[in-house]
Write a protein that binds this ligand. Structure first.
Ligand code: SAH
Length: 407
Protein backbone atom coordinates (compact mmCIF):
# COMPACT_ATOMS: atom_id res chain seq x y z
CA UNK A 1 0.00 0.00 0.00
CA UNK A 2 2.80 2.40 0.82
CA UNK A 3 4.32 2.28 -2.61
CA UNK A 4 1.16 3.05 -4.44
CA UNK A 5 0.63 6.62 -5.58
CA UNK A 6 3.33 7.76 -3.22
CA UNK A 7 6.75 9.13 -3.87
CA UNK A 8 9.36 6.94 -2.23
CA UNK A 9 9.14 8.31 1.29
CA UNK A 10 12.26 10.08 2.40
CA UNK A 11 11.50 10.36 6.05
CA UNK A 12 8.28 8.84 7.31
CA UNK A 13 5.76 11.51 8.28
CA UNK A 14 5.78 11.61 12.08
CA UNK A 15 3.39 13.47 14.31
CA UNK A 16 3.18 14.23 18.01
CA UNK A 17 -0.14 15.25 19.44
CA UNK A 18 -1.75 16.84 22.50
CA UNK A 19 -2.38 14.78 25.62
CA UNK A 20 -6.12 14.86 25.01
CA UNK A 21 -5.72 13.60 21.45
CA UNK A 22 -3.36 10.94 22.73
CA UNK A 23 -5.96 9.48 25.06
CA UNK A 24 -8.68 9.76 22.41
CA UNK A 25 -6.54 7.78 19.98
CA UNK A 26 -5.68 5.29 22.67
CA UNK A 27 -9.35 4.69 23.33
CA UNK A 28 -9.80 3.89 19.65
CA UNK A 29 -11.18 7.15 18.27
CA UNK A 30 -10.40 7.24 14.54
CA UNK A 31 -9.84 10.98 14.01
CA UNK A 32 -6.93 13.29 14.74
CA UNK A 33 -7.90 16.92 14.33
CA UNK A 34 -5.47 19.48 12.91
CA UNK A 35 -5.48 21.56 16.09
CA UNK A 36 -4.32 18.55 18.11
CA UNK A 37 -1.06 18.20 16.16
CA UNK A 38 1.82 19.50 18.30
CA UNK A 39 4.76 18.52 16.16
CA UNK A 40 5.29 17.34 12.63
CA UNK A 41 8.70 16.41 11.18
CA UNK A 42 7.84 17.84 7.74
CA UNK A 43 4.97 18.91 5.53
CA UNK A 44 2.71 16.03 4.64
CA UNK A 45 1.05 15.10 1.38
CA UNK A 46 -2.60 14.16 1.24
CA UNK A 47 -2.88 10.39 1.19
CA UNK A 48 0.46 9.53 2.69
CA UNK A 49 0.75 7.39 5.75
CA UNK A 50 1.33 9.35 8.96
CA UNK A 51 2.61 7.74 12.13
CA UNK A 52 1.60 9.21 15.44
CA UNK A 53 3.86 8.87 18.48
CA UNK A 54 3.08 9.48 22.11
CA UNK A 55 4.99 11.60 24.62
CA UNK A 56 7.35 8.73 25.33
CA UNK A 57 8.06 8.39 21.64
CA UNK A 58 6.15 5.12 21.45
CA UNK A 59 3.99 4.20 18.48
CA UNK A 60 0.39 5.24 19.02
CA UNK A 61 -1.38 5.00 15.68
CA UNK A 62 -0.99 5.19 11.93
CA UNK A 63 -3.38 6.65 9.44
CA UNK A 64 -4.07 8.57 6.27
CA UNK A 65 -2.90 12.18 6.24
CA UNK A 66 -5.11 14.87 4.71
CA UNK A 67 -3.39 18.23 4.55
CA UNK A 68 -6.58 20.13 3.64
CA UNK A 69 -9.03 18.62 6.09
CA UNK A 70 -9.66 19.64 9.70
CA UNK A 71 -9.53 15.88 10.30
CA UNK A 72 -5.80 15.77 9.63
CA UNK A 73 -5.32 12.04 10.11
CA UNK A 74 -7.86 9.25 9.77
CA UNK A 75 -6.61 6.33 11.75
CA UNK A 76 -6.12 2.98 10.06
CA UNK A 77 -4.55 1.26 13.00
CA UNK A 78 -3.80 2.02 16.63
CA UNK A 79 -2.19 0.03 19.42
CA UNK A 80 0.86 -2.10 18.71
CA UNK A 81 3.12 -1.13 15.78
CA UNK A 82 1.85 -2.66 12.59
CA UNK A 83 3.06 -2.80 9.02
CA UNK A 84 0.41 -1.28 6.82
CA UNK A 85 0.66 -2.68 3.32
CA UNK A 86 -1.45 -4.32 0.64
CA UNK A 87 -1.78 -7.52 2.60
CA UNK A 88 -2.96 -5.64 5.63
CA UNK A 89 -5.56 -3.83 3.52
CA UNK A 90 -6.78 -7.12 2.07
CA UNK A 91 -7.20 -8.39 5.63
CA UNK A 92 -9.28 -5.36 6.48
CA UNK A 93 -11.57 -6.07 3.56
CA UNK A 94 -11.98 -9.68 4.73
CA UNK A 95 -13.04 -8.47 8.16
CA UNK A 96 -15.76 -6.27 6.71
CA UNK A 97 -17.02 -9.05 4.47
CA UNK A 98 -16.98 -11.59 7.29
CA UNK A 99 -19.18 -9.34 9.44
CA UNK A 100 -21.88 -9.39 6.78
CA UNK A 101 -21.61 -13.00 5.73
CA UNK A 102 -24.64 -14.19 7.65
CA UNK A 103 -26.79 -11.08 7.33
CA UNK A 104 -28.28 -11.41 3.86
CA UNK A 105 -29.65 -14.06 1.55
CA UNK A 106 -30.23 -13.79 -2.21
CA UNK A 107 -33.42 -11.81 -1.54
CA UNK A 108 -31.27 -8.83 -0.58
CA UNK A 109 -28.74 -7.71 -3.17
CA UNK A 110 -28.44 -4.14 -1.91
CA UNK A 111 -26.51 -3.48 1.30
CA UNK A 112 -23.36 -1.91 2.67
CA UNK A 113 -20.12 -3.86 2.51
CA UNK A 114 -17.91 -1.23 4.16
CA UNK A 115 -19.09 1.50 6.49
CA UNK A 116 -16.11 3.85 6.80
CA UNK A 117 -14.33 4.30 10.12
CA UNK A 118 -16.59 1.82 11.89
CA UNK A 119 -15.26 -0.93 9.60
CA UNK A 120 -11.66 0.28 9.79
CA UNK A 121 -11.86 2.07 6.42
CA UNK A 122 -11.92 5.74 7.46
CA UNK A 123 -13.79 7.98 5.05
CA UNK A 124 -14.64 5.16 2.64
CA UNK A 125 -17.95 3.49 1.98
CA UNK A 126 -18.66 0.52 -0.26
CA UNK A 127 -22.26 -0.30 -1.18
CA UNK A 128 -23.54 -3.16 -3.22
CA UNK A 129 -26.43 -2.78 -5.65
CA UNK A 130 -26.74 -6.18 -7.20
CA UNK A 131 -23.76 -6.55 -9.59
CA UNK A 132 -22.72 -2.90 -9.25
CA UNK A 133 -20.54 -1.68 -6.42
CA UNK A 134 -20.45 1.97 -5.40
CA UNK A 135 -17.28 3.22 -3.77
CA UNK A 136 -17.85 6.54 -2.03
CA UNK A 137 -15.04 8.64 -0.63
CA UNK A 138 -15.35 11.26 2.08
CA UNK A 139 -11.65 12.15 2.16
CA UNK A 140 -9.16 12.93 -0.61
CA UNK A 141 -6.65 10.81 1.31
CA UNK A 142 -7.85 7.68 -0.50
CA UNK A 143 -7.52 9.21 -3.97
CA UNK A 144 -3.78 8.51 -4.44
CA UNK A 145 -4.52 4.89 -3.44
CA UNK A 146 -7.67 4.50 -5.45
CA UNK A 147 -6.16 2.16 -8.02
CA UNK A 148 -4.93 -0.20 -5.32
CA UNK A 149 -8.31 -0.19 -3.56
CA UNK A 150 -10.15 -0.72 -6.84
CA UNK A 151 -7.98 -3.71 -7.75
CA UNK A 152 -8.44 -5.27 -4.34
CA UNK A 153 -12.22 -4.90 -4.46
CA UNK A 154 -12.42 -6.14 -8.00
CA UNK A 155 -10.36 -9.25 -7.28
CA UNK A 156 -12.21 -10.11 -4.11
CA UNK A 157 -15.83 -9.31 -4.99
CA UNK A 158 -15.77 -9.68 -8.78
CA UNK A 159 -18.53 -7.15 -9.47
CA UNK A 160 -19.74 -6.34 -12.93
CA UNK A 161 -19.00 -2.68 -12.33
CA UNK A 162 -17.51 -0.24 -9.80
CA UNK A 163 -18.78 3.34 -9.64
CA UNK A 164 -16.88 6.10 -7.84
CA UNK A 165 -18.79 8.69 -5.84
CA UNK A 166 -17.21 11.67 -4.14
CA UNK A 167 -18.58 13.61 -1.20
CA UNK A 168 -19.45 17.21 -2.03
CA UNK A 169 -16.25 18.67 -0.58
CA UNK A 170 -14.13 16.45 -2.83
CA UNK A 171 -15.81 17.66 -5.99
CA UNK A 172 -14.27 21.11 -5.56
CA UNK A 173 -11.44 22.24 -7.85
CA UNK A 174 -8.86 22.01 -5.04
CA UNK A 175 -9.22 18.25 -5.11
CA UNK A 176 -9.18 17.99 -8.88
CA UNK A 177 -5.45 17.43 -8.87
CA UNK A 178 -6.36 13.76 -8.57
CA UNK A 179 -8.52 14.09 -11.70
CA UNK A 180 -11.30 11.89 -10.42
CA UNK A 181 -14.92 12.71 -11.07
CA UNK A 182 -18.06 12.00 -9.12
CA UNK A 183 -19.94 9.24 -10.95
CA UNK A 184 -16.88 7.95 -12.78
CA UNK A 185 -16.92 4.26 -13.73
CA UNK A 186 -13.80 2.69 -12.23
CA UNK A 187 -14.39 -0.75 -13.69
CA UNK A 188 -16.86 -2.44 -15.98
CA UNK A 189 -19.26 -1.20 -18.63
CA UNK A 190 -20.77 2.30 -18.75
CA UNK A 191 -24.08 2.91 -17.09
CA UNK A 192 -26.96 5.03 -18.31
CA UNK A 193 -29.97 3.78 -16.40
CA UNK A 194 -30.52 3.31 -12.70
CA UNK A 195 -29.40 -0.02 -11.27
CA UNK A 196 -32.12 -2.44 -10.16
CA UNK A 197 -31.51 -4.42 -6.97
CA UNK A 198 -33.59 -6.25 -4.40
CA UNK A 199 -34.12 -5.68 -0.71
CA UNK A 200 -35.83 -8.54 1.13
CA UNK A 201 -37.32 -9.54 -2.21
CA UNK A 202 -38.66 -6.11 -3.17
CA UNK A 203 -37.23 -4.55 -6.30
CA UNK A 204 -35.90 -1.00 -6.26
CA UNK A 205 -33.96 1.23 -8.57
CA UNK A 206 -30.94 3.23 -7.43
CA UNK A 207 -29.46 6.20 -9.24
CA UNK A 208 -25.92 5.28 -8.29
CA UNK A 209 -24.35 7.93 -10.54
CA UNK A 210 -26.12 10.99 -9.17
CA UNK A 211 -28.44 10.00 -6.33
CA UNK A 212 -28.13 11.06 -2.71
CA UNK A 213 -25.72 9.00 -0.61
CA UNK A 214 -24.88 6.19 -3.05
CA UNK A 215 -28.32 6.16 -4.68
CA UNK A 216 -30.58 4.66 -2.04
CA UNK A 217 -31.13 4.84 1.73
CA UNK A 218 -29.83 1.38 2.51
CA UNK A 219 -29.59 2.32 6.19
CA UNK A 220 -33.38 2.24 6.66
CA UNK A 221 -33.90 -1.41 5.67
CA UNK A 222 -34.60 -2.68 9.19
CA UNK A 223 -37.06 0.12 9.95
CA UNK A 224 -38.79 -0.53 6.63
CA UNK A 225 -39.11 -4.19 7.56
CA UNK A 226 -40.59 -3.20 10.89
CA UNK A 227 -43.01 -0.78 9.21
CA UNK A 228 -44.20 -3.61 6.97
CA UNK A 229 -45.08 -5.70 10.00
CA UNK A 230 -47.20 -2.84 11.37
CA UNK A 231 -49.00 -1.93 8.16
CA UNK A 232 -51.71 -4.55 7.63
CA UNK A 233 -55.05 -2.95 6.70
CA UNK A 234 -53.73 0.47 7.56
CA UNK A 235 -53.68 3.70 5.62
CA UNK A 236 -50.08 4.83 5.54
CA UNK A 237 -48.49 8.24 5.12
CA UNK A 238 -44.82 8.13 4.14
CA UNK A 239 -43.59 11.68 4.68
CA UNK A 240 -40.17 12.50 3.16
CA UNK A 241 -40.74 9.37 1.11
CA UNK A 242 -37.84 9.72 -1.35
CA UNK A 243 -38.32 6.80 -3.78
CA UNK A 244 -40.98 5.10 -1.66
CA UNK A 245 -38.84 2.63 0.28
CA UNK A 246 -41.13 2.53 3.34
CA UNK A 247 -44.20 2.56 1.10
CA UNK A 248 -43.31 -0.57 -0.82
CA UNK A 249 -42.74 -2.45 2.43
CA UNK A 250 -46.03 -1.17 3.85
CA UNK A 251 -47.84 -2.18 0.66
CA UNK A 252 -46.35 -5.66 0.74
CA UNK A 253 -47.24 -5.85 4.42
CA UNK A 254 -50.91 -5.40 3.54
CA UNK A 255 -51.50 -1.64 3.85
CA UNK A 256 -54.81 -0.56 2.31
CA UNK A 257 -53.29 2.63 0.96
CA UNK A 258 -49.96 4.42 0.99
CA UNK A 259 -49.33 8.09 0.36
CA UNK A 260 -45.87 9.26 -0.62
CA UNK A 261 -45.16 12.85 0.36
CA UNK A 262 -41.97 14.51 -0.85
CA UNK A 263 -40.75 17.90 -2.01
CA UNK A 264 -38.97 16.39 -4.98
CA UNK A 265 -40.86 15.46 -8.15
CA UNK A 266 -37.85 13.39 -9.13
CA UNK A 267 -38.10 11.33 -5.92
CA UNK A 268 -41.84 10.79 -6.43
CA UNK A 269 -41.29 9.65 -10.01
CA UNK A 270 -38.84 7.11 -8.61
CA UNK A 271 -41.48 5.92 -6.11
CA UNK A 272 -43.92 5.41 -8.96
CA UNK A 273 -41.40 3.35 -10.91
CA UNK A 274 -40.56 1.30 -7.81
CA UNK A 275 -44.24 0.42 -7.41
CA UNK A 276 -44.34 -0.70 -11.05
CA UNK A 277 -41.24 -2.81 -10.51
CA UNK A 278 -43.13 -4.78 -7.84
CA UNK A 279 -46.41 -5.16 -9.67
CA UNK A 280 -46.13 -8.93 -9.59
CA UNK A 281 -46.69 -8.83 -5.81
CA UNK A 282 -50.44 -9.13 -5.20
CA UNK A 283 -50.39 -7.03 -2.02
CA UNK A 284 -48.46 -4.25 -3.73
CA UNK A 285 -50.80 -4.40 -6.72
CA UNK A 286 -53.93 -4.09 -4.63
CA UNK A 287 -52.64 -1.27 -2.41
CA UNK A 288 -53.81 2.22 -3.39
CA UNK A 289 -50.78 4.39 -4.08
CA UNK A 290 -50.90 8.17 -4.04
CA UNK A 291 -48.17 10.75 -4.65
CA UNK A 292 -48.17 14.22 -3.14
CA UNK A 293 -45.56 16.80 -3.96
CA UNK A 294 -45.38 19.26 -1.08
CA UNK A 295 -43.33 20.53 1.80
CA UNK A 296 -44.11 18.02 4.54
CA UNK A 297 -44.14 20.64 7.30
CA UNK A 298 -46.64 22.78 5.36
CA UNK A 299 -48.80 19.91 4.21
CA UNK A 300 -49.08 18.33 7.66
CA UNK A 301 -49.66 21.74 9.22
CA UNK A 302 -52.67 22.50 7.05
CA UNK A 303 -54.90 20.25 9.12
CA UNK A 304 -55.56 17.78 6.35
CA UNK A 305 -59.02 16.34 6.86
CA UNK A 306 -57.84 12.76 6.46
CA UNK A 307 -56.33 10.69 9.20
CA UNK A 308 -53.74 7.98 8.72
CA UNK A 309 -53.19 4.76 10.66
CA UNK A 310 -49.42 4.69 10.23
CA UNK A 311 -47.23 7.72 9.65
CA UNK A 312 -43.54 7.55 8.82
CA UNK A 313 -41.50 10.72 9.28
CA UNK A 314 -38.01 10.40 7.85
CA UNK A 315 -36.75 13.92 7.11
CA UNK A 316 -33.28 14.74 5.80
CA UNK A 317 -30.75 15.76 8.44
CA UNK A 318 -32.14 18.81 10.21
CA UNK A 319 -28.79 19.68 11.85
CA UNK A 320 -25.88 19.80 9.43
CA UNK A 321 -23.61 21.33 12.08
CA UNK A 322 -23.44 21.54 15.83
CA UNK A 323 -24.79 25.13 15.86
CA UNK A 324 -28.05 23.87 14.37
CA UNK A 325 -28.62 21.26 17.06
CA UNK A 326 -31.12 23.11 19.25
CA UNK A 327 -33.13 24.30 16.27
CA UNK A 328 -33.18 20.78 14.90
CA UNK A 329 -34.52 19.29 18.12
CA UNK A 330 -37.33 21.86 18.04
CA UNK A 331 -38.04 21.00 14.40
CA UNK A 332 -38.19 17.26 15.18
CA UNK A 333 -40.62 17.99 18.01
CA UNK A 334 -42.79 20.14 15.76
CA UNK A 335 -42.79 17.55 13.02
CA UNK A 336 -43.83 14.84 15.48
CA UNK A 337 -46.67 17.05 16.75
CA UNK A 338 -47.88 17.67 13.21
CA UNK A 339 -47.73 13.96 12.46
CA UNK A 340 -49.63 13.03 15.62
CA UNK A 341 -52.43 15.45 14.65
CA UNK A 342 -52.98 13.43 11.46
CA UNK A 343 -52.86 10.09 13.22
CA UNK A 344 -56.09 8.13 13.65
CA UNK A 345 -56.99 6.60 17.01
CA UNK A 346 -54.70 3.62 17.62
CA UNK A 347 -52.41 4.87 14.89
CA UNK A 348 -48.67 4.39 14.87
CA UNK A 349 -46.04 7.07 14.48
CA UNK A 350 -42.57 6.11 13.28
CA UNK A 351 -40.28 9.11 13.69
CA UNK A 352 -36.70 8.93 12.42
CA UNK A 353 -33.67 11.18 12.66
CA UNK A 354 -30.45 10.99 10.69
CA UNK A 355 -28.70 13.96 12.30
CA UNK A 356 -25.43 12.95 13.94
CA UNK A 357 -25.48 16.22 15.90
CA UNK A 358 -28.70 15.24 17.66
CA UNK A 359 -28.17 12.43 20.16
CA UNK A 360 -30.60 9.53 20.21
CA UNK A 361 -31.90 10.31 23.70
CA UNK A 362 -32.46 13.99 22.84
CA UNK A 363 -34.43 12.99 19.79
CA UNK A 364 -36.51 10.38 21.61
CA UNK A 365 -37.24 12.86 24.40
CA UNK A 366 -38.44 15.45 21.87
CA UNK A 367 -40.83 13.00 20.19
CA UNK A 368 -42.14 11.67 23.52
CA UNK A 369 -42.73 15.24 24.69
CA UNK A 370 -44.76 15.95 21.56
CA UNK A 371 -46.85 12.85 22.17
CA UNK A 372 -47.42 13.88 25.79
CA UNK A 373 -48.40 17.39 24.69
CA UNK A 374 -51.02 16.02 22.31
CA UNK A 375 -53.03 14.99 25.36
CA UNK A 376 -53.58 11.55 23.86
CA UNK A 377 -52.65 8.36 25.59
CA UNK A 378 -49.65 6.72 23.99
CA UNK A 379 -47.59 3.62 24.22
CA UNK A 380 -43.96 3.37 23.17
CA UNK A 381 -43.41 0.30 21.02
CA UNK A 382 -39.67 0.49 20.50
CA UNK A 383 -36.64 2.53 19.56
CA UNK A 384 -34.03 1.49 17.01
CA UNK A 385 -30.54 2.51 15.95
CA UNK A 386 -28.10 1.42 13.28
CA UNK A 387 -28.62 -1.71 11.19
CA UNK A 388 -25.84 -4.33 11.33
CA UNK A 389 -24.35 -3.49 7.93
CA UNK A 390 -24.00 0.16 9.05
CA UNK A 391 -22.11 -0.24 12.34
CA UNK A 392 -21.28 2.92 14.31
CA UNK A 393 -18.34 2.42 16.65
CA UNK A 394 -17.86 5.99 17.88
CA UNK A 395 -20.11 8.87 18.83
CA UNK A 396 -19.74 10.98 15.68
CA UNK A 397 -20.61 8.00 13.50
CA UNK A 398 -23.95 7.31 15.18
CA UNK A 399 -26.57 9.29 13.30
CA UNK A 400 -29.59 7.04 12.78
CA UNK A 401 -32.33 6.52 15.35
CA UNK A 402 -36.05 5.91 15.26
CA UNK A 403 -38.91 5.71 17.73
CA UNK A 404 -42.24 3.93 17.34
CA UNK A 405 -45.28 5.19 19.26
CA UNK A 406 -48.87 4.02 19.25
CA UNK A 407 -51.37 6.76 20.08
N1 SAH B 1 -37.40 7.57 3.82
C1 SAH B 1 -36.60 7.59 2.62
C2 SAH B 1 -35.41 8.52 2.71
C3 SAH B 1 -35.76 9.96 2.96
S1 SAH B 1 -34.54 11.08 2.42
C4 SAH B 1 -36.18 6.16 2.30
O1 SAH B 1 -36.40 5.25 3.11
O2 SAH B 1 -35.64 5.92 1.22
C5 SAH B 1 -35.29 12.61 2.66
C6 SAH B 1 -36.30 13.01 1.58
O3 SAH B 1 -36.94 14.20 2.06
C7 SAH B 1 -35.73 13.39 0.22
O4 SAH B 1 -36.37 12.62 -0.76
C8 SAH B 1 -36.06 14.86 0.03
O5 SAH B 1 -36.48 15.19 -1.29
C9 SAH B 1 -37.23 15.04 0.96
N2 SAH B 1 -37.44 16.38 1.53
C10 SAH B 1 -36.53 17.27 1.97
N3 SAH B 1 -37.14 18.33 2.54
C11 SAH B 1 -38.47 18.11 2.44
C12 SAH B 1 -39.63 18.83 2.88
N4 SAH B 1 -39.52 20.00 3.50
N5 SAH B 1 -40.84 18.29 2.64
C13 SAH B 1 -40.96 17.09 2.01
N6 SAH B 1 -39.90 16.37 1.61
C14 SAH B 1 -38.68 16.88 1.80
Amino acid sequence: MENVGEKKPGARLRLRVTATAESMLRSGHPWLFAESVREQNREGETGELAVIYDRKNQFLAAGLFDRDSPIRVRVLHSGKPQRIDGQWLAGRLEQALAQRRSLFDEQTTGFRWINGESDGWPGLVLDRYDETLVLKLYTAAWLPRLEEVRRLIEQRLKPQRIVLRLSRNLREPAENRFRKADGEILAGPPLRDPVIFTETGLRFEADVLRGQKTGFFLDQRENRRQAASLARNRSVLNAFSFSGGFSLYAARGGASSVTDLDLSAHALAGAKRNFSLNHSDAAVRSCRHELIRADAFDWLGEKVKRKFDLIVLDPPSLARREAERTGAIRAYARLASLGIQQLARGGILLACSCSAHVAAEEFFAAVRASAAKSGRKFEELQTTGHPPDHPATFKEAAYLKAIYLRL
